[in-house]
Ligand binder design. Structure first.
Ligand SMILES: [Zn+2]
Ligand SMILES: [Zn+2]
Length: 436
């Protein structure tokens, strides 16, 4: 589950305190008193320095935004960002915290107060690696020290420095927490890197797998950006020689991505991913009718451009429907009698659960937990309240007439309040007789 901090700066202060407290605590109270060679101390200091540098780079390196004049390639699915008022490349998402579109967005990280995306992913990975190495080694040395202290528990107290005992008691559980939590995150990030997938896309895959199991989308749609192990690593962490260099960067441009065979249909047309992604056009383009079959936020029409979820899904369902119609040619199909395609019955309201904005994984993760701003993907609601209602002349006349009647009745009841009861009863009797 994503972590939301009430004070975002805490996301930086907590890791800084942990690096400084654990790192220098282990250095001064565990390594300095018990080191076997000075290289142990130098190596640990270097690893700590690299941790600080990579953390600084992960915080201050922008994740990468699309160029202002970005135009989707001819034939590509267009995705308009309603917040940036610009088209965005594939794999780009708008971050609701950074308030910008982020190239190959992985997630918005509260612990770096920055998005993790195409440009700063190598810094983020390096930071994780250096934290894993320093905290892992530190934890190992702390455990050794704890074992030693336990073995020497019979010695007189003045022979064991109090600082070493305190450091072991305080730092061992904290360092274990760092090793465990950062280790889990590192495993997730590394598995994603090896598969060429981002955290957001991995969430999408989980959603699509659920939808596939329920036959809500074609089973033959697969993730298209997984090329091969080496390519995936080079385009996420950078080439091998730069893995541990503070300025190493990934290959590619973060805008155009190579796709595997799952990214194309039989005729070689690109298939959009995720398969139920809608094409969202610039509002002007949609209204100008440059393409009369398309509107803003609508899926692209059939027989033109890239194949979308609608096309692959509908064609597979139509084929299935055709086969079942043939097999029972004697009976009248419901499609013929109602004019309503049979396969549509399968699209029920619980299929809504698999929509991007509603789906939750088993762990309860929603796409917004990764920082994605879903409002940027749909037009803002029209400001209906700004137009005030103006009644016409007839309505004004009627309103005036009703108002006069109300006033007349109020006057009448005021006059009746002053009448004695006998006189009032006589008046009512007279009115009744008059009405009948
Ligand atoms: Zn945007
Ligand atoms: Zn962000």
């Amino acid at each position: 589950m994503a972590i939301q901090l009430k004070w975002p700066l805490l996301g930086i202060i907590i890791p800084c305190c942990l690096i400084a407290g654990c790192g220098y605590g282990i250095y001064f109270f565990v390594l300095v008193p018990h080191h076997e060679s000075p290289w142990q101390l130098i190596g640990f200091q270097l690893a700590l320095a690299m941790t600080w540098i990579s953390y600084y780079m992960a915080i201050f390196t922008p994740a990468g935004s699309p160029p202002k004049d970005f135009e989707p390639a001819a034939g590509a699915v267009k995705r308009w960002c309603f917040k940036c008022n610009a088209y965005k490349p594939e794999r780009t998402h708008h971050c609701k915290t950074c308030k910008t579109c982020v190239l190959k967005m992985d997630h918005h990280c509260p612990w770096t107060y920055n998005c993790v995306g195409y440009k700063n992913m190598p810094h983020f990975i390096r930071f994780l690696v250096w934290v894993d190495l320093t905290s892992g080694y530190g934890f190992y040395r702390l455990v050794l020290q704890c074992i030693n202290l336990y073995k020497n528990r019979g010695l007189p107290a003045y022979l064991i420095p109090l600082s070493e005992i305190l450091a072991s008691v305080i730092l061992t559980p904290i360092t274990f927490f760092v090793v465990f939590s950062v280790g889990l995150l590192s495993i997730r990030v590394f598995l994603n890197m090896l598969n060429g997938i981002t955290q957001i896309e991995s969430w999408e895959e989980e959603r699509l797998a659920s939808a596939k199991r329920r036959n809500l989308i074609p089973r033959n749609t697969h993730f298209p950006y997984d090329i091969d192990l080496w390519y995936n690593i080079n385009h996420t962490w950078g080439p091998m020689w730069s893995w541990f260099l503070p300025f190493g960067r990934p290959e590619g441009d973060g805008i155009n991505f190579q796709k595997n065979e799952s990214g194309f249909d039989d005729e070689g047309n690109p298939i959009t991913w995720p398969p139920d992604q809608r094409e969202v056009l610039k509002p002007d383009d949609a209204e100008s009718g440059s393409d009369s079959n398309r509107t803003s936020g609508e899926m692209r029409g059939f027989g033109r451009g890239p194949v979308t979820f609608a096309q692959t899904y509908i064609s597979s369902m139509q084929q299935r429907s055709l086969l079942s119609n043939r097999s029972r040619s004697n009976s009248t199909s419901s499609e013929e009698s109602t004019g309503y395609p049979e396969w549509r019955d399968q699209i029920t309201s619980d299929a809504d659960f698999y929509k991007r904005e509603l789906f939750e994984t088993f762990e309860g993760e929603k796409i917004s937990d990764f920082g994605v701003d879903l409002d940027s993907e749909m037009p803002r609601p029209a400001a209906s309240s700004s137009r005030r209602y103006r009644p016409d002349a007839g309505e004004i006349q009627q309103e005036l007439h009703l108002h006069q009647q109300d006033q007349h009745r109020a006057q009448q009841s005021k006059e009746e309040d002053d009448l004695p009861l006998a006189a009032l009863m006589a008046k009512r009797k007279k009115e009744k007789a008059y009405v009948s």
